[in-house]
Design a protein around this ligand. Sequence first.
Ligand code: PGA
Length: 255
Amino acid sequence: MKQPYIIANWKMQLSLNESLSLFGEIDEVLPEKNKANVVICPSYTALAKINEINTRKKIKLGAQNVFWEEIGAYTGEISTKMLEEVDCKYVIIGHSDRRKYFKEDDDVVHHKLKTVLDSSLVPIVCVGEDFQQRQEGKKDYTIISQVTKAFSGIDFKGNEKVIIAYEPVWVIGSGQAINAEDAEYMHEIIKQTIIDLFGVGIFEKIFKIIYGGSINAKIVKTFLVQPNIDGVLVGGASLNADKFLEIIKEANDIY
Ligand code: PGA
């Protein structure tokens, strides 16, 4: 049985008080027996405070970014250790916002991935083609290249966990997702790329592939029933307790 990941990315959208109350609203209603793996990635300031009120631990915490060095004079950065201290379990790497506004490229993603795999955190590695790449028929090539550059040379032992988030860049925040069959095709490309790099055994033990980009409760089921879609990364619809809980409910109803 699939245990789909439902991961909220709150980006830089909420104040500390808004984050605490949204977390409280979601946590209060989330049933004790929940099939979905629910993860919330708030801002850094909210992460520490939410950890204090997250006593039921039904929701796991994630960060939206991390640096590749472990300690040192790196003004403005945050380390894996600092995230572990606030019981953070997941971290997003290479989100399209980071690639766009902070010029993070596949090399940066690779460095961060290596550091995260040396920690207790589970990386959520984001990949995705932009509109022009898709228009020019380069979507498969773009995804294969991003995945290969991020993962090449990593030496997996077999006990790690990795989530790859496929997010077609132009649909993020647009209100219009791509269709689920199209996403499934792209997930198969990602799966095959990882199998080519590491073999099917490592893929099955370590990897999950989730979809992100304008997910809402109305369409989430069409994605989660696809054989190679293991969950969703949710931006806009995770900023409202009712909308996010509805997505979790839809996911729970499938299985
Ligand atoms: P969206 O964001 O759901 O608002 O499209 C997804 C993301 O940026 O991860």
